[in-house]
Design a protein around this ligand. Structure first.
Ligand SMILES: [Zn+2]
Length: 298
C-alpha cells in the first residue's frame, strides 16, 4: 500500500493558557482544565495535577483502556476519562500541540458538546509554529467492522486536502431515533459552525440503567439531549434536527485524533462508536511505520 504525507501547513499551539471548568459527565466531579501552549511535536498530553506525581498521559490510542460510552486513557498509574470532546475540539481547530492540565480524572461535560472548549481555545488564540504538520493519506480502502452489530467504519483514499466524514446513524426501526446520515468536510470553519455545538445524547430508557450504575446522577435533561421513546426530547430543544449524527461525527473526530496523525481522505461510518473508532485510530497510527511514504507537494 502506498501512503503519502502531505505537508501542507505547519503545526499550531495555543498563544496563551485557556481555562475551563465544570463537572464531568459520568462522575459529576468538578474538574478545572488548563490548556497550555506546547512545543512543536509535543502532540496532546494530559497531566493530572491533582495527583502528587503529576502523571502525564499521551493522547494516543496505545493508552486507550476499555470504557463504556466514552474514551478513557490510562498510563503512569493515572487515568483520564471522557477525553473525546476536547480532543475533537483541538483536532477540529487544528491545534497540534497542547498540555492539558486537569484537577480530576474526568474532563468537564460542559453543555455536552465541544463548543465551550472551542470558544476557550479561540479566546486564548493560536500560535503558528514552524515545524510541518504531518498529514497522512492512504492509497487503499481500509474497512473495520463488527457485522454482528451492523457497525463498520472505512477510510477511503481521496485527493482532497481535508478530512471528510460521512456518517450513518441507524439504530433500527424500533429506535426512538430515526436514521440520519450526514457528510461534512472537516475544515476548522465547518467544524466550528456545523459540528462543535452538537451535544451528547442518550435514550431515556438507558438513563435509569446508567444512573443505577452510579453514572450521571447529577444530570438533568438540560445538561444533554435525552430522547423519549416517542422521539421527543426531555426538557430541551435540538440545535439541529440531525444533531445526533453531528455528535457522532464530533466523537469520531476526537477518537481518530488518538492516531496522532492528521488523516486526509474520506471516513465512511455506519453506527461506529468509540470502540471501532479506536481500532481505526490504531490503523491510522501505524501508517507511517508500515508502508512506503511518498512526499507530496503542498
Ligand atoms: Zn460524545
Amino acid at each position: 500500500m502506498l501512503m503519502g504525507i502531505s505537508n501542507n501547513s505547519t503545526q499550531c499551539t495555543l498563544a496563551r493558557p485557556a481555562v475551563i471548568a465544570g463537572p464531568g459527565l459520568f462522575h459529576g466531579v468538578d474538574c478545572r482544565v488548563r490548556l497550555l501552549p506546547a512545543a512543536e511535536n509535543t502532540g496532546i498530553i494530559f497531566r493530572r495535577v491533582d495527583l502528587a506525581s503529576r502523571p502525564e498521559i499521551r493522547a494516543h490510542v496505545d493508552y486507550v483502556v476499555p470504557g463504556s460510552r466514552r474514551t478513557i486513557l490510562a498510563a503512569n498509574g493515572a487515568t483520564v476519562e471522557t477525553v473525546e470532546h476536547l480532543l475533537s475540539a483541538l483536532a477540529g481547530l487544528r491545534v497540534d500541540n497542547c498540555i492539558v492540565e486537569l484537577s480530576a480524572r474526568e474532563l468537564p461535560a460542559l453543555d455536552g458538546s465541544s463548543l465551550p472548549f472551542c470558544e476557550a481555545i479561540l479566546e486564548a488564540g493560536m500560535n503558528q509554529q514552524t515545524a510541518l504538520r504531518r498529514t497522512v493519506c492512504i492509497a487503499e480502502l481500509q474497512r473495520i467492522s463488527e457485522p454482528a452489530n451492523g457497525q463498520w467504519i472505512e477510510c477511503i483514499p481521496s485527493f482532497t486536502d481535508d478530512l471528510v466524514i460521512d456518517y450513518l446513524l441507524d439504530y433500527g426501526s424500533e429506535s426512538a431515533l430515526p436514521s440520519q446520515s450526514w457528510a461534512v468536510q472537516v475544515t476548522p470553519e465547518m467544524y466550528l459552525r456545523e459540528i462543535a455545538a452538537a451535544r451528547t445524547f442518550v435514550m431515556a430508557a438507558e438513563v435509569e440503567a446508567l444512573q443505577a450504575a452510579g453514572y450521571g446522577r447529577h444530570l438533568t435533561g438540560r445538561d444533554l439531549v435525552v430522547f423519549r421513546a416517542d422521539g421527543t426530547v426531555v426538557d430541551n430543544r435540538l440545535r439541529w434536527s440531525n444533531e445526533p449524527v453531528r455528535h457522532k461525527i464530533l466523537d469520531c473526530i476526537g477518537d481518530l485524533a488518538l492516531s496522532g496523525r492528521n488523516f486526509m481522505g474520506r471516513i465512511v461510518a455506519r453506527r461506529s462508536g468509540h470502540k471501532l473508532n479506536h481500532v481505526m485510530a490504531e490503523f491510522l497510527s501505524t501508517i507511517e511505520n508500515s508502508v512506503k511514504i511518498l512526499s507530496r507537494a503542498a
